[in-house]
Design a protein around this ligand. Structure first.
Ligand code: NAP
Length: 268
């Protein structure tokens, strides 16, 4: 099995990554950062996001594993003190995996008509800081609303516990084949009107944003930020690609949510 260990720059993550790499080599695994079959990220959910983008062009050949150096995360099933157990699980690997949906965004720029495609694991946002964002929103071919406010966020089910949750989106179970549109500070008054609630779309529908002709947009795709290009349109759909995780153990999704966001167990 070809494995690579992908760590963030923190000293504790580097230490765990070095320890894990040595144990893997001593147990006969091949370390291969170019064409890995398994990518082990060491850090947090943010590190797993970075690892995903590093290997996004080979998703069909790769299973990911997340080792967290802090609390248990949403993409990270292993804690840093469990590297011995992880090596044993890899030795006994039978190819077990679970996969989750990704978001595909197609951005068409107004200045050059250039088209760019990106995959997102958490979410894509369109924002404007200098002035109000104005964009028409279409669902499939149909005009839905004219949005005014700070921005819009489209998230995957696994991204729904990240930025989407902070702006009032629902937490979606990752088995759902869906994407969620959440507003960021919409203006709603007698003149301007939006739904003012998150919406969840199924896999056979797509979203289209047609923003007003200006260039001071900020687009984020997971941890990446792109600025200051005039955007003709942004089309969102559930990608045909999925992210696969090697699954040697199962944490119930709602236990993970409870642990991350609620913590104290007080039954009435
Ligand atoms: P960051 O600003 O350094 O960290 C953002 C936080 O979001 C970290 O605590 C990270 O967990 C957590 N996180 C990432 N993905 C998550 C998920 N799917 N579910 C629950 N929590 C998640 O940025 P980063 O580490 O590069 O990650 C980029 C992501 O941060 C973006 O995709 C966005 O979703 C999120 N973000 C959230 C806010 C907000 O909620 N106001 C603002 C900016 C960015 P770890 O500590 O385990 O890495």
């Amino acid at each position: 099995m070809r494995i690579t260990v992908y760590s963030n720059d923190g000293s504790s993550s580097r230490q765990v990554a070095d320890k894990l790499t040595n144990k893997l080599i001593n147990n006969g695994f091949t370390m291969d950062a170019q064409t890995p079959e398994v990518v082990i990220s060491v850090g947090g959910d943010g590190t797993l996001l970075s690892a995903f983008h590093r290997y996004a062009d080979a998703l069909d050949q790769i299973r990911f594993i997340g080792v967290h150096t802090g609390h248990l995360g949403f993409y990270t099933d292993w804690r840093d003190f469990e590297v011995d157990d992880l090596v044993v699980a890899l030795q006994e690997d039978l190819g077990q995996s679970i996969s989750y949906p990704l978001l595909e965004v197609k951005i068409t720029y107004a200045d050059t008509n250039e088209v760019q495609h990106f995959l997102a694991l958490n979410e894509v946002t369109l924002r404007r800081y200098a002035a109000t964002l104005r964009t028409d929103v279409y669902i499939k071919e149909n005009f839905f609303e004219s949005f005014r406010g700070d921005g819009l966020c489209v998230s995957t089910p696994t991204g729904s516990t990240a930025y989407g949750k902070s702006i009032g989106g629902a937490v979606l179970h990752p088995r759902l084949e869906a994407m969620q549109l959440t507003e960021i500070a919409s203006i709603n008054n007698r003149v301007y009107r939006t739904l003012a609630a998150p919406i969840v779309l199924p896999s056979d529908e797509w979203l289209l944003l047609r923003p007003s002709r200006t260039s001071d947009y900020v687009v984020t795709i997971d941890q990446f930020t792109f600025k200051d290009r005039p955007i003709e349109s942004m089309q969102f759909k559930i990608a045909k690609e999925r992210i696969q995780f090697a699954r040697y153990r199962h944490t119930h999704f709602w236990d993970r949510v409870e642990d991350a966001f609620i913590g104290s167990k007080h039954e009435i």
